[in-house]
Design a protein around this ligand. Structure first.
Ligand SMILES: NC(=O)c1ccc[n+]([C@@H]2O[C@H](COP(=O)([O-])OP(=O)(O)OC[C@H]3O[C@@H](n4cnc5c(N)ncnc54)[C@H](OP(=O)(O)O)[C@@H]3O)[C@@H](O)[C@H]2O)c1
Length: 237
């Protein structure tokens, strides 16, 4: 099985990549900016399973043209089909709305919403080739209407709402294909992102626990859901 996980240098993406890399027949391609951390992830995977196949592609997903250029070319060199794409990379800049700059908003919209869309545009031929593949976009309860909102997260929450709606629309546009699209709206999970945004807050879930759910959902959720945003939270109404 061929799998891509974005944002695998730390947090939930790191744990998701580790879990997939433990599967004997899996080729896992991991993307994020920090090459050293991705290489450390690879080393860890090899320590656990010496036959693990993990391909490291350091890349900045804010470079949307590069996704359709160099990144796409590199991925096509390694994979002739793609079974699972997990658009997990995320950026959170916490600021009161009056302090947010257009640049801040642009960066969050790019990483959290546009990059997942451009990844799908670039990789659709590989996804269609696999037959029954699954795109899982990582959203947030912060982007679900009616759920508790937090000061400082206006643009972040809006970018997550955008990726939820995008997921629904992708399912509609590609309903005649074999590819399925779903989003997972996470509640709080103990990661560096959470610790940086909410110092001292203790989340009820560790990254590895959430990763176990993501892996299971990525492998089987497409049999039951398409175009859906599932709340994955035990702490938010
Ligand atoms: N933790 C929570 O409580 C929580 C709650 C709801 C939703 N989420 C969502 O869950 C996902 C994972 O969150 P997390 O807590 O594990 O976050 P994290 O610890 O901050 O990890 C984010 C990952 O995204 C990558 N990334 C950020 N900007 C990037 C860019 N421009 N290009 C490539 N990669 C980039 C980072 O890698 P580099 O820095 O190496 O590029 C890192 O690997 C995110 O989408 C987040 O919004 C998290």
């Amino acid at each position: 099985m061929n799998i891509i996980v974005t944002g695998a240098s730390r947090g939930i993406g790191y744990e998701v990549a580790r879990k997939f890399a433990a599967g004997k027949n899996n080729n896992v391609l991991v993307i994020s900016r920090n090459k050293e951390r991705l290489m450390a992830l690879k080393q860890k995977c090899l320590e656990v399973s010496p036959e693990a196949k993990l391909l490291v592609l350091p890349f900045d997903l804010e470079n949307l043209e590069g996704i359709e250029g160099d990144l796409r070319d590199n991925i096509f060199k390694h994979f002739s089909s793609l079974d699972v794409l997990i658009n997990n990379a995320g950026l959170l800049i916490k600021k009161p709305v009056m302090d947010l700059t257009a640049g801040d908003v642009n960066r969050m919209m790019t990483v959290n919403f546009l990059a997942p869309m451009v990844m799908v545009q670039a990789l659709m031929p590989l996804l269609e080739k696999a037959g029954g593949s699954h795109v899982v976009n990582i959203g947030s309860m912060a982007g679900v209407q009616g759920c508790k909102k937090f000061p400082g997260l206006s643009a972040y929450s809006a970018s997550k709402a955008a990726v939820h709606v995008l997921t629904e629309c992708l399912a509609e546009e590609f309903k005649d294909s074999s590819v399925r699209f779903n989003a997972l709206a996470f509640g709080v999970v103990q990661t560096e992102m959470l610790a940086e945004a909410f110092p001292g807050l203790e989340a009820p879930l560790k990254a590895s626990a959430m990763a176990a759910f993501v892996q299971e959902f990525a492998l089987n959720g497409q049999r039951y859901f398409n175009g859906k945003t599932l709340p994955v939270s035990i702490s938010t109404p």
